[in-house]
Design a protein. Structure first.
Length: 324
């Protein structure tokens, strides 16, 4: 009998191998979370709290922001390395990780990207009070969070010293609904709604995601952080994703910030766009937006859209260049 195989063609492991794989990966992941303080700060609406992982450290404040469907802990390899030189925090978007889950229905749309951007600014102001800083010296945002950071820098000039935007989602404002991201929006939302979100054990969840193409290139510890920090125990003794499939889908369906290229001259931060050559977006779009920012540049990398989770060292390399 032929062995069963994963989406990428590799052989499925036995239950004992799966358990061992999860245990070893979680051990590596826990080392990245050592010394982390868990905090909660206010979001943009009453009753909404944003969960924060604080790696501590001395020096300027660095903020990390994750992509849709993931959580703050998945950026731990970057955070842990930076905490040797900076005060590092990473935040969960609403409906993700340990931030307040909000029902998808509502008016206004509770997952409108403008509202998510407002959450970010409200949380940053409280964090700045906590650490007694005037601004976030460096903010790193992946995908949706790259767009949210850029919008926040436009809304409040001076809030950030530098931005590192990892393949951010930016649409063409002059053609609402026709940007390079929009045609994939419904497909991405549909895929999110179909995502398996319940498991008997964390080891089962780890094995399941390891077999999926989307997660295939994640390091063992990053995938373990997704499972260990992005999944919660349920009343029936099982486990479920904290970011519900309908929340991830709602964010994809919201269509991003279509007017993000407007008023870019208001951005005072030093901005670097990291364009993923094997990602979802065209470099030309980033070039066009960067031209409107007083101090901005675009760099292309031969990586996929999820490179901060697959190759976190590439992000660290660019940060090192900027702070030398």
């Amino acid at each position: 009998m032929r062995p069963r195989r994963t989406e990428d063609g590799s052989e499925l492991k036995t239950s004992s191998e799966i358990e061992l794989g999860w245990t070893e990966a979680w051990g590596l992941a826990c080392k990245l979370m050592e010394g982390v303080t868990r905090r909660r700060v206010r979001g943009a609406q009453p009753g909404v709290e944003i969960a924060v992982l604080d790696w501590g450290g001395e020096g300027d404040l660095v903020l990390l922001q994750h992509a849709n469907g993931f959580c703050a802990a998945t950026l731990a390899p970057i955070a842990k390395a930076l905490s040797l030189r900076f005060r590092v925090v990473s935040m969960d978007l609403r409906g993700h990780g340990d931030s307040t889950p909000v029902e998808v229905t509502g008016d206004p749309d509770p997952y409108d990207w403008g509202l998510l951007s407002a959450d970010l600014r409200a949380a940053v102001h409280e964090l700045l009070e906590l650490v007694r800083c005037d601004r976030v010296e460096l903010a790193v945002g992946h995908s949706i969070s790259g767009a949210l950071l850029l919008d926040s820098a436009r809304q409040e000039p001076g809030l950030f010293g530098s931005l590192l935007l990892c393949d951010p989602v930016i649409l063409e404002s002059e053609k609402p609904g026709e940007g390079e991201f929009r045609p994939r929006g419904p497909d991405l939302a549909m895929g999110a709604r179909k995502r398996r979100d319940r498991f008997a054990t964390r080891a089962e969840a780890y094995a399941h995601f390891r077999s999926r193409a989307l997660f295939a290139k994640f390091s063992p510890e990053v995938l373990a952080l997704y499972v260990g920090e992005g999944i919660a125990a349920t009343a029936d003794g099982g486990f479920a994703l904290k970011c519900r499939p309908e929340v991830e889908a709602a964010i994809f369906s919201s269509g991003a910030l279509k007017d993000l290229s407007a008023d870019m001259d208001r951005v005072t931060a030093d901005v670097t766009f990291l364009h993923a050559l094997r990602g979802n977006f065209l470099r030309e779009r980033y070039d066009a937006v960067a031209k409107g920012i007083p101090n901005a540049r675009v760099e292309s990398l031969d990586v996929g859209h999820l490179f901060p989770l697959e190759e976190p060292e590439r992000v660290l390399e660019f940060i090192e260049k900027r702070v030398e």
